[in-house]
Design a protein around this ligand. Structure first.
Ligand SMILES: NC(=O)c1ccc[n+]([C@@H]2O[C@H](COP(=O)([O-])OP(=O)(O)OC[C@H]3O[C@@H](n4cnc5c(N)ncnc54)[C@H](OP(=O)(O)O)[C@@H]3O)[C@@H](O)[C@H]2O)c1
Length: 252
């Protein structure tokens, strides 16, 4: 089966391409680096020719509110239109658990717009909602800085290893379209501020993490369970401790 992975050079995309190839699929990594640009449409007709499935694991280079909205709206419109022309039978996209509850955030308004376009299109689809990646914990600190300190609320979340995200997306990719959302998550729950603090300590990053009930997550106010998956979520196997000891040093 020919499967085009848009964003196939990214964190999740590169792992996904490898996993699909290990399963014997013809997985093509497509991104601006390989001459495929979803914003301009460059290379899309060529790469989608003969493809059965298109998986979108791309991300906007800029997270500025206007730029990220433009990215997900324009690229999703282009993808859906080129997929229809090429006869693609399954549109798979990666989004985030709780997206619909996070509309105060410009980034999540863009993901909501992406999902709406997919749901309204004529192409059968599956949207995978993943929780935060362990690999993103430092990035979370970076976007939560106020006065030199990291401010995060003491709420629950259930993050997961990027490798488990890729496995979850691969499983959906080779299955039939669900025309709905599949949730995937990590095996353990943590407090947001506490796990980011543990990650920074492991990185010997001196920044202090403050548990701040008024702190926003990517611009959105969180309540205790906003970031948690539903009870039907498929859980990855990699614990934070295992990831910290095995994958994190390799990634560094
Ligand atoms: N961070 C989290 O905790 C989290 C949690 C759940 C879901 N997600 C979702 O996961 C997805 C993937 O995230 P990631 O961290 O794997 O992304 P990433 O590592 O930043 O990779 C982004 C990919 O998008 C590609 N790209 C950028 N502009 C493009 C364009 N105009 N046309 C085609 N491809 C383009 C990049 O290609 P080049 O290499 O050529 O630049 C790269 O392959 C995102 O949609 C995000 O919303 C993230």
């Amino acid at each position: 089966m020919k499967i085009v992975v848009i964003g196939g050079t990214g964190l999740i995309g590169s792992k996904l391409v490898n996993k699909l190839r290990e399963q014997g699929q013809e997985a093509i990594a497509a991104s601006p680096n390989s001459g495929v640009n979803t914003l301009t449409g460059e290379g899309l007709a060529e790469v989608l020719q003969g493809a059965s499935v298109m998986v979108d694991v791309s991300n906007s280079p800029s997270w500025d509110d206007a730029a990220v909205l433009k990215f997900f709206e324009t690229s999703t419109r282009n993808l859906l239109s080129y997929e229809a022309a090429a006869g693609v039978k399954h549109h798979v996209a990666l989004s985030v658990v709780g997206t619909d509850r996070l509309s105060e955030s410009g980034y999540f308004r863009a993901k909501i717009a992406q999902e709406k376009l997919i749901k309204e299109s004529s192409i059968p689809y599956s949207i995978v909602h993943a929780t935060q990646f362990f690999e993103f914990l430092k990035g979370l600190a970076d976007i939560s800085i106020d006065g030199g300190k990291v401010h995060l609320p003491h709420v629950l979340f259930q993050p997961m290893a990027a490798d488990d995200v890729a496995s979850g997306v691969a499983r959906v990719t080779v299955g039939p379209p669900v025309n709905g959302i599949v949730e995937i998550a990590g095996p353990e729950q943590f407090r947001l501020d506490e796990l980011v603090r543990r990650r920074l300590v492991a990185l010997k990053d001196p920044r202090q993490v403050i548990a701040d009930p008024n702190a926003l997550y990517s611009g959105a106010k969180l309540s205790e369970r906003t970031l948690l998956p539903n009870n039907n979520a498929r859980l990855g196997q990699t614990t934070f401790e295992t990831w910290l000891n095995q994958s994190a040093p390799r990634a560094a």
